[in-house]
Design a protein. Structure first.
Length: 415
């Protein structure tokens, strides 16, 4: 660590504080049915390994990997070091499992370093920042055991470690609970929307359409019939400091638009042609097949900004219900249609053009029913928005607490 620690704290390499630092299997045994579980980073949840999602390997392979110390023991700290970096948990399950090499297994000297304190430190921006410094600021895709062993760890006295870990773990529990509530609300919304967008409200007569069975009074329209202008691609000038503002592509999410990612770009008269107004409708036109065509409605937050080239702006007729169109385009049926229409053979990047977007077909109920559908779904959306705001605030609190507590800037009372 570059900063000094308080009096009474130590700074030691992780190898000096641990009995064992290793990782899992460096080869992937074949899958069998009804075998023994082998875990990867994808099976790591907030505080557990999800055994139900693990692959199964033969008992013979499992025994061999166990003999090679690829199996965590209760109290070991597991750290994802390959692919997704920084997932961390203290293994506390009675399940016998082995892990692949993407997961590091750390067994601490409990008289020097408590597992739950290490868990919090390894998941902190402080630790990730130290790794990035060693990689000259480049993106981290893989952590080697040598780097992990040599990273300096601030070590308060054990009672202080325990209190710090307890405080941060309690915040984690709030984050986990809030995320669980969000997941349940998203499942509720998905089920409700699928019901409403296929059966409508109170219909008893249905008809076949190119989109499947829909209520008899509904129409199928191309998006072009609802637009007042052709879709317009954005503009991406060079980034700079203290320039004009542009949205980042990451603003678009699977559940709508969150204008939180802004970057500074070179000032230009041309930027004015792409300046967003409150209520503008945006769609990502180039992304992975899973994420292309994400949509959202821009809500002005007091600072004018433009939208990048990888997005397009859609301008609808005044008579169009953009809130209904937004929910329709976010539905699983329309997401599947858009993904299928996107051009490109690579799964890493496919594209939409203006004509493809205009050809998107959506079911359109009568105006009064569109309003009714939005009235049903709006309370769920409002609850989701509130929960996500709480999650963001709690995550920000956690980062702030980590910076203060794990460096000793703020000391905790252990009395």
């Amino acid at each position: 660590m570059s900063e000094q620690v308080p009096e009474g704290w130590g700074v030691n390499s992780l190898s000096d504080l641990s009995k064992k630092i290793t990782d899992g299997s460096h080869y992937s045994p074949p899958t069998v049915e009804n075998g023994c579980p082998i875990a990867t980073v994808e099976n790591m949840r907030h505080s557990t390994i999800d055994i139900s999602s693990c692959r199964s390997i033969s008992e013979e392979e499992f025994t061999n990997l166990t003999a090679n110390s690829c199996n965590p023991k209760i109290g070991d700290v597991l750290f994802s070091k390959d692919g997704t970096i920084g997932k961390t948990l203290v293994f506390q399950q009675s399940d016998n499992i082995v892990v692949l090499s993407s997961i590091a297994i750390i067994r601490t000297e409990n008289s020097k370093l408590l597992p739950h304190f290490l868990e919090q430190f390894l998941s902190s921006p402080i630790f990730i920042g130290e790794l990035e410094n060693r990689k000259s600021g480049s993106a981290i895709r893989r952590v080697v055991l040598g780097d992990l062993k040599s990273i300096p760890i601030p070590t308060p006295p054990l009672p202080e470690q325990k209190k710090i870990a307890s405080i941060l773990t309690s915040v984690d529990e709030v984050i986990e609970k809030t995320q669980s509530q969000i997941d349940k609300l998203q499942d509720l919304k998905k089920g409700t929307m699928n019901e409403l967008l296929t059966k409508g409200i109170g219909h008893t007569e249905f008809k076949d359409s190119e989109l499947g069975r829909i209520p008899k009074s509904w129409e199928v329209k191309k998006l072009s019939e609802l637009l007042s202008k052709n879709p317009k691609n954005g503009f991406s000038p060079k980034e700079t400091e203290n320039g004009d503002l542009s949205l980042g592509l990451g603003c678009l999410r699977k559940d709508g638009f969150l204008p939180t990612q802004l970057k500074s770009i070179e000032p230009s008269e041309r930027n004015k042609d792409f300046l967003l107004k409150d209520g503008d409708f945006l769609m990502s036109r180039s992304n992975t097949r899973e994420l292309v065509g994400l949509v959202g409605i821009f809500r002005d937050f007091g600072r004018g900004c433009i939208y990048p080239d990888l997005m397009m702006r859609l301008t609808f007729k005044k008579s169009a219900n953009v809130d209904f169109i937004l929910q329709m385009l976010l539905s699983s049926a329309l997401r599947t249609q858009i993904s299928r229409l996107a051009q490109g053979t690579s799964e890493t990047m496919v594209k939409l053009n203006s004509q493809i977007v205009k050809d998107i077909r959506i079911p359109v109920p009568p105006d009064i029913e569109q309003d009714g559908i939005i009235r049903i779904i709006s309370p769920i959306n409002k609850c989701l928005s509130d929960k996500k705001q709480k999650l963001h605030q709690t995550q920000s609190l956690k980062k702030s607490l980590m910076q203060d507590l794990l460096t000793g800037k703020v000391r905790v009372s252990v009395n």
